[in-house]
Design a protein around this ligand. Structure first.
Ligand SMILES: Cc1ncc(COP(=O)(O)O)c(C=O)c1O
Length: 392
């Protein structure tokens, strides 16, 4: 189809949800079955599929990655005054899950290549109050897990993986979410594989599974009752409504069954942006996302770095004028009102500050075509060449 529609360029959104398989048929099947509450056959099928594919012993579906992070922090037994090491460059939920329990996020800097927690900052920040590390795998690229696992083990800390971006991405052959004590996944509408709003908790320490099920089931032993192990169910822990309904799980199953296709296409699109944009890497200081040895990314995001906040703003405007939606990402949490109130910042967060002001995510979604990617790249290129000419 021509990009021109009535003389106007067809807009390219930043993200667009997609149907790739049996999503709608499964939702209809769930409705016909009369079982649309939590924990029916579709939830079960999603969990078994994910466990097999990611090589994880036990997965619980949740209403979001936020919910999974909240359960994970509760399983880490965080108490008021405890400290948890987190990057400042992350989504609110990574830190709010900590603060809900009265514990304090200790905001650390990120690496300039992957925008992940800088593993060299972690050990220096450990105090007698430190209980856990939350490793955020930004854009589906793994944190330095070998180093983080060693630090967590040495100091007896819980390692929680925030793999919201990392479904079907791997580090040295291991799935993101499978390497910490617990891993948290997201199926939010912006993710590679989505059900609108959803998530999962990966339980890599079997002794945590029973309590995780209770917390997820509103603090009750309902799962024991459903399995016939208890003859009634009752309130046994502090929990919440963290289990998704079957309509959501049915939709998600349709997507999960197509994970091969979803991930493969995203990787191709990611590589294509690299090819199209690499020639501009020397013009106007455009930095493209790093690809690390050992990391098999799922190509979730395509974040580029511009020279500074002004250039990023100007590029966003140029893209918007061409009908292309691009998006910055996190405002560092240590600068947010809640971050200032609850957080600890042991050392300056120079990379975080620089990256958050310069980063721009280009459109990336399943149906994005080769021609659309070429149009995005051409618009970025024209902008950078124009800026260079103006500066000369
Ligand atoms: C790093 C990170 N963690 C957690 C979340 C929260 O995910 P959800 O929307 O599934 O709760 C997000 C949201 O995108 C995120 O970027």
């Amino acid at each position: 189809m021509s990009p021109m529609l009535s003389g106007v360029m067809t807009p390219i959104p930043f993200n667009k949800p997609t149907i790739v398989g049996n999503e709608l048929a499964y939702v209809a099947e769930a409705v016909r079955s009369g079982k649309v509450g939590a924990d029916g056959v579709f939830t079960d099928r999603c969990c078994r599929l994910l466990e097999r594919r990611l090589g994880i012993a036990k997965i619980l579906l949740t209403t979001s990655c936020t919910s999974a992070l909240e359960i994970a922090c509760q399983l880490a037994d965080l108490k008021p005054g405890d400290e948890v090491l987190v990057p400042s460059f992350t989504y609110v939920s990574t830190a709010s899950a900590v603060v809900r329990l009265g514990a304090r996020p200790v905001f650390l800097d990120i690496r300039p290549d992957t925008f992940n927690l800088d593993e060299l900052e972690v050990e220096k920040a450990i105090t007698p109050r430190t209980r856990a590390i939350i490793a955020v795998h930004y854009g589906g690229i793994a944190c330095a897990m070998t180093e983080l696992q060693a630090i967590a083990q040495k100091h007896g800390l819980f390692l929680i993986e925030d793999a919201a971006h990392g479904v079907d991405a791997f580090f040295a052959g291991q799935a993101l979410g499978s390497m910490g004590s617990l891993g948290c996944l997201s199926f939010h509408e912006t993710k590679n594989c989505s059900c609108g709003q959803g998530g999962a908790l990966c339980i890599n320490r079997p002794e945590l599974a029973d309590r995780a099920e209770r917390i997820r089931a509103k603090g009750t032993n309902r799962r024991d009752y459903q399995r016939g192990v208890a003859d009634h169910y009752t309130w046994t822990d502090l929990g919440s409504g963290y289990a998704p309904n079957e309509l959501t799980a049915a939709f998600l199953l349709g997507q999960l069954e197509q994970l091969d296709t979803l991930t493969a296409r995203r990787r191709v699109q990611h590589a294509r942006y690299h090819d199209l944009l690499s020639k501009y890497a020397t013009v106007g200081r455009l930095t493209l996302p790093a690809s690390l040895e050992n990391c098999q990314s799922n190509g979730h995001l395509f974040p580029v770095l511009l020279a500074g906040p002004e250039q990023r703003g100007a590029l966003m405007s140029a893209l918007a004028q061409a009908g292309i939606q691009a998006a910055p990402h996190y405002v560092p949490l240590h600068r947010s009102p809640m971050g200032r109130q609850w957080g600890i910042v042991p050392s300056p967060l120079r990379v975080t500050e620089a990256v958050s002001g310069r980063l721009l995510r280009l459109p990336l979604f399943h149906e994005l075509t080769e021609a659309q990617q070429a149009r995005v790249a051409a618009t970025v290129g024209e902008f950078l060449e124009g800026s260079q000419r103006r500066a000369a």
